[in-house]
Structures are given as C-alpha cells and as structure tokens.
Design a protein around this ligand. Structure first.
Ligand SMILES: [Zn+2]
Length: 336
C-alpha cells in the first residue's frame, strides 16, 4: 500500500458514515441489503475450499528473510527468483520494463502465472511484492505490506495447479513497483509529490499492455489482496471497489463462516485496482488498513512477521477461492 493521504481521507469517510448512521440509521441499513438482492448466487453444496495458512505463512517468512525488496535492491531480485522458482512447470508470463520514476530509472518485473479453465474469460488475483523505496535505508521488510499477499498467492498457486478448472481461467499476478518512490506528499516537504503521479508503475504497465493486445477485455474480475496477514484481521470495505463484486466476496465469506472479518469498516483506498477500474474491469481490493493501533505498524520497521497469523492468510485465501467458485457459476455476471 503506497499512500498515507488516503488514510486521512478514509478516516474522514468513516467519520462521515458514522454521522449519517446516527441521523438516519434505517437508511444506512437499507443500502447494502438492496445491493445484495440485485444478484442471485448459485447454490453450493460442495465443501468449501481451504487454503493452507501455515504453508502461506512459511512463504511469507521466506520472502521476508531476503530483506528489503525496494526497486533495484538485491532483495528484490532474490524475491523475483524465489517466486518464479515456485512456479516451475506453470505457464508464466514475464512483463518486464524500465520505469522512469522521479528518482531515476529502474527495472520492473511483473510475474503472471496462468491456470486455464474451461470457460471463456479470466479472473485475476493480484498482489504487489515490492517494498517502499523511501524506507530503503531502514530495515523495513513489509511483512504485511507486500509480503503477506505475495506469500498467499504462492499458496493459491498450489491450490490451482494440476487441477482441471471447470470455470474461468485464473491468473495470479505478482506485480511490481506499486509503492511510491518518493515520500507521499502528505508531509509538505519540498521533494514530495502526489502519490497519484508516483506509484502503481508495474500494474499500470501491465494493464496498458493487456489493453493493447486485447487481453483486458477477457478479464471478468480482479481480486486484489494487500495487507491481509494481520493477526487482527478486519478487511475493509473500499468504496472505490465494484459493489457487486464486494457482495460476492461477502457471500463467499459468509458461506465459510468468516463474515465477521470482512467489511466492518468502510474507507476509500487507492491501490493497484485503480487502473483496472478506470478501464471498466470489475475490481475489489481486499485490504485491512488498520494495522496496529491507529495503523501504527504501516510503513514502519514494526511491519514484521510476528504481527501476522497463518489463520488470517487461510481466511483470506479461502475466501478468494470461494469467490472464484461463485463467479464461475454466476450466469451472467452483472454488468460492469
Ligand atoms: Zn506500502
């Protein structure tokens, strides 16, 4: 997760919603129910999917052992190789380019693993794996911010590999250069710039490439995961995300009994899903943007593996898999 201004905006939104609820509680309660009723979910009697949280946690720990993963660092290269080494035998697309940033040019590598399905269309599951460049002189390793979701995607690869998918193709995307390269503009320093102009380098390149070659129009949905390993898991309801897709995630969480970990708070989040939303791709960001008291671990050297839990990874991983299973059987998907 790259920016801090958004948190301030988010808190304002949360406060605003609370105000609304206190004045008009019946209206606040009616809105989400109306959204849910607009979509019919296929019945599902088969046992729910179960991602292996311990195995995902092991991947997160191994990613963090390489040290900081900011652009151009030795740790970054090691994590690229580490991710690819776990995808041996899978169909892998390598999207490499040079990003021109305010602090120089850097090689950027998006890694995409593809698991084909029988249905026409693609569901993307994405996570950034880079760590924050302005924190490069610290021991910041982004265990939750970039580490947790990247390890979880390796576990999702295990769940998808070698099976015949009776549904959409699923592509896992480890995207690079999500983080801003300069401080985020919230501190008023002369060298700062708005993070909207200095972030999302990797995913923006990938979206533009897929738009040019026709791939993007096959994408039915993007599920983005970021900061999902916190032992105190409360995934936020991001107001930028596509409401009907959020409702599918809520349905998946409810079916698995994990609904208490989802969407208790509402905020606006700018993240890797924005370039997809801009081009009409239904997208949901699964992010728990309250990491430590008052988000105090975010973008600090306190973002370490001891704050995470295998259970949180298992919950989010299983909910993602269940979400895919519901999407596979929803005919037709709601309009974009
Ligand atoms: Zn971040």
């Amino acid at each position: 997760m790259f920016g801090k201004i958004m948190l301030a905006a988010a808190l304002a939104l949360v406060a605003c919603d609370r105000d609304k609820e206190s004045v008009q509680p019946e209206k606040a309660a009616a809105t989400p129910a109306a959204t849910v009723q607009a979509v019919t979910y296929p019945a599902d009697t088969a046992p729910g999917p179960a991602a292996d949280g311990d195995r995902a946690m092991q991947y997160v720990k191994e990613i963090c052992k390489f040290g900081p993963r900011y652009l151009g660092s030795a740790g970054h290269k090691k994590v690229e190789d580490y991710i690819k080494s776990h995808l041996n035998g899978d169909e892998v697309e390598d999207d490499s380019f040079t990003a021109d940033t305010p602090v120089g040019k850097f090689p950027v590598h998006n890694i995409i693993a593809k698991y084909p399905g029988t249905k026409d269309g693609i569901i993307l599951i994405a996570s950034h794996y880079d760590t924050n460049y302005p924190l490069r002189k610290t021991s910041f390793i982004g265990a939750n911010d970039g580490g947790s979701s990247s390890g979880l995607l390796l576990e999702l690869a295990n769940q998808l590999r070698g099976k015949t998918r009776d549904g959409y193709s699923v592509w896992l995307v480890w995207d690079d250069a999500e983080e801003a390269m300069k401080p985020d503009g919230s501190g008023g320093l002369p060298n700062e710039m708005p993070f909207s102009e200095d972030s999302l380098y990797g995913i923006t390149h990938l979206v533009e490439k897929w738009q040019a070659d026709g791939t993007l129009k096959k994408v039915k949905a993007l599920i983005l995961a970021d900061m999902i390993g916190d032992a105190d898991l409360n995934v936020d309801r991001d107001t930028n995300s596509t409401p009907w897709l959020q409702d599918v995630v809520r349905e998946a969480a409810t079916r698995l009994g994990y609904q208490s970990h989802f969407f208790g708070r509402q905020m606006e989040v700018s993240d890797d899903h924005l370039p997809f939303l801009k081009r009409g791709v239904p997208s949901v960001d699964l992010i728990d943007f309250n990491y430590g008291y008052n988000d105090s671990y975010w973008h600090t050297t306190e973002d370490t593996v001891d704050k995470l839990s295998p259970r949180s990874l298992q919950i989010v991983g299983s909910v993602i898999l269940e979400t895919i299973r519901i999407l596979d059987r929803m005919e037709p998907l709601p309009p974009k």
